[in-house]
Every structure is written in structure tokens, then in C-alpha cells.
Design a binder for this molecule. Structure first.
Ligand SMILES: [Mg+2]
Length: 254
């Protein structure tokens, strides 16, 4: 998963110097999911789907795998270009595949090793809660809510999340401002300037959050497309580094 080391000196005091930004009480921290709350894994989607398809389509597993992977790719491209969302049902429909319950269960099980919540997430979320900060999740995903909640429940973080919005449930995906507004509504937070978004994608997460009026923290890794037209308010290489930035942003201007 290869993460890029950040510049610690610059990150520790983000309110100082030419990048100084006004202090404000942080009311909510909203996290991306893949690559953020769960560490980045490079997943071979072709191999994963083939493994899932072989028992269910023994005579044409390669053909079905190719159709599903092509449909996923098409919908991710559509998200990139139009910021519209899609669901796993859309993917199957486009691929011309009618999955059984057993196939779906096998699919989510195949993902299990790649969805382990970062061990630093629970202590971080508890720290935020202790400070009275609401915790949100906003994920670009084909998966339905129950699939995500099963993972969060498994890793004992579901009860620490105040509200989650999955793009599969709304018409839009990040970086569309409506996706960010949706999670603010779910959290019952009115002012985006009091929200901090944490994500691993410069375009979807950082650009999207800042365009919506939030602060944005980037957790960089090497496998997402760059987007140089926006500068995150902070860069962290581990979740545990987030509270220091919240402290700095909440400190009175001196
Ligand atoms: Mg991500």
C-alpha cells in the first residue's frame, strides 16, 4: 500500500506562517473510508471477481468476470467525469449478471482482508468524541449501507460514528458539493467551516471538501491520481496525527 512520508515540520503547526487560517471550533470530522479509515490495499479486482465467479459460473467465469470488471470501471469513470453515483446493482445490471445471495456473500467475504479498520481509528474516534466533536463518514462506494455497517460492526467502530453517507444512497459522489452537504445534514452540522474532512484522494476528498467550505486533511499514498490544483490544510501519514492539527486550528489566534 505504500504511503508517502509527509513533511512533519510543516504539518505540526499548520496555523503558523503564510498558511495561517482563522481558528474555529471544529464541530465535526468527516472521514473518507477506503485508504483513510481503512489502510490502502492494492486490490486486484479482476482476480477477486474471478475467485467469486468461478463457483457460480463454472462454465463462463472469465466472461462474467470481464463483464463485471468492465461495468465497475465504466461506473467509476462516470463518477470521475460527472460526479454521479452508482450501486452494485447498477454494476450487475450493466454486466448482465443476476447474482445469487451466495455469490454476494462470497464477494463481500473476498473483500474482508482488505477492509480492516486502521488500528489507530478507534483511539482517534474516542478522542474526538471526548472533545464533543461529531464523527461522520462520506464514502464513494457501490456498496449498500449494510455492507459497510457489517465491516464497521466487525471492527467495533460502528458505534463511534454519528452519521455516514454512502454515495450508493444518493445521486452524487465526491467531489460533488451535494455529497458533502448530505453528510453535513446527516450530522446536523450547519457550517462547513467547522467541519474537517480527512481523505486520501486529492481530487475527490481534498478538492471536494474545500469547495464545500470545509478544511481538508490529506492522507497521501501512491496509488491515487494526483490533483495539484488544491492544497490540503494539512497532510498526515497516520490517523493519530490528526488531533495535533485540530488543536492548532482551535487555538486562539496569537
Ligand atoms: Mg479513499
Amino acid at each position: 500500500m505504500g504511503r508517502i512520508p509527509g513533511d512533519r515540520k510543516k504539518k505540526r503547526r499548520p496555523t503558523l506562517g503564510p498558511h495561517k487560517i482563522p481558528s474555529v471550533t471544529v464541530s465535526a470530522v468527516i472521514f473518507d473510508w477506503g485508504g483513510t479509515l481503512t489502510p490502502w490495499h492494492t486490490v486486484d479486482h479482476d482476480a477477486l471477481w474471478r475467485e467469486v465467479c468461478i463457483p457460480h459460473f463454472p462454465d463462463r467465469a472469465d466472461e462474467v468476470t470481464a463483464a463485471i470488471v468492465a461495468a465497475e470501471h465504466a461506473y467509476w469513470e462516470l463518477t470521475d467525469t460527472s460526479q454521479s453515483s452508482a450501486t452494485l446493482d447498477d454494476v450487475f445490471a450493466r454486466a448482465g449478471v443476476a447474482p445469487t445471495e451466495a455469490m454476494l456473500a462470497a464477494y463481500y467475504e473476498a473483500w474482508d482482508p482488505h477492509t480492516i479498520t486502521d488500528p489507530e481509528a478507534i483511539p482517534l474516534l474516542r478522542t474526538l468524541r471526548a472533545r464533543g466533536i461529531k464523527i461522520g463518514v462520506l464514502s464513494n462506494t457501490f456498496w449498500p449501507r449494510d455492507a459497510h455497517e457489517r465491516v464497521f460492526r466487525r471492527d467495533e467502530v460502528l458505534g463511534l460514528i454519528d452519521a455516514a453517507v454512502y454515495s450508493s444512497e444518493i445521486p452524487w459522489a465526491k467531489p460533488h458539493p451535494e455529497a458533502f452537504r448530505a453528510v453535513m445534514r446527516a450530522l446536523e452540522v450547519g457550517d462547513p467551516a467547522t467541519c474537517v474532512f480527512v481523505g486520501d484522494r486529492p481530487f475527490s476528498d481534498v478538492h471536494g471538501a474545500k469547495r464545500a467550505g470545509m478544511r481538508a486533511v490529506l492522507i497521501p499514498h501512491s496509488e491515487v491520481p494526483p490533483f495539484d490544483e488544491v492544497t490540503p490544510d494539512a497532510v498526515i501519514t497516520r490517523l493519530a496525527d490528526l488531533p495535533a492539527h485540530l488543536d492548532a486550528w482551535s487555538a486562539p489566534d496569537a
